[in-house]
Design a binder for this molecule. Structure first.
Ligand code: FES
Ligand code: FES
Length: 161
């Protein structure tokens, strides 16, 4: 049995028919061909598969595609805009907040949700906001610095605009 679904991903409507057991991460990677969302553990531990579902950071290896039917998804590919990298992406690069980069898309999407709720988080709030994401090579100090840096940039561009 296959189920018809319509999901808006990064502003693009995608209609398809899927197995009701298909995970959202599989749909995003294999049907929408957006491979920036990674699979690390497949057991809801690592956070590499994090994306935004209606603005909320979720681990897409724990969500069925049918649960996203009729809803909006944003993946890491949706962060970049016409002017270039999103401030979070630029801050990760500037602060050396990645090495292999496997965890980075998940961290970026969790940080997106954090900054949408708290535009000026302190270290504790950042650690809490990113608690569901694991990095095995960079360590967390530079990641926290990058989120603070991005928050500063985003606040100043909001106050200018
Ligand atoms: S792949 Fe989803 S949490 Fe690790
Ligand atoms: S940069 Fe390699 S796992 Fe985080």
């Amino acid at each position: 049995m296959r189920v018809p679904i319509t999901i808006e991903i990064n502003g693009r409507m995608i209609r398809d028919e899927v197995d009701p057991r298909m995970l959202l991460v599989e749909f995003v990677r294999e049907h929408a061909r957006l491979t920036g969302t990674h699979v690390g553990c497949d057991t809801s531990y690592c956070g590499a598969c994090t994306l935004l579902l209606e603005g909320q950071a979720v681990k897409s290896c724990t969500i069925l595609t049918v649960q996203a039917d009729g809803r909006k998804v944003k993946t890491v590919e949706g962060l970049e805009h016409d002017e270039g990298l999103h401030p979070l992406q630029a801050a990760f690069a500037k602060n050396h907040a990645l090495q292999c980069g496997y965890c980075t898309p998940g961290f970026l999407m969790s940080a997106m949700q954090l900054l949408s709720e708290n535009p000026d988080p302190d270290d504790t709030a950042i650690r809490k906001g990113l608690a569901g994401n694991t990095c095995r090579c960079t360590g967390y100090v530079n990641i926290i610095a990058a989120v603070k840096d991005a928050a500063r940039d985003m606040r100043s561009s909001n106050s200018e605009g």
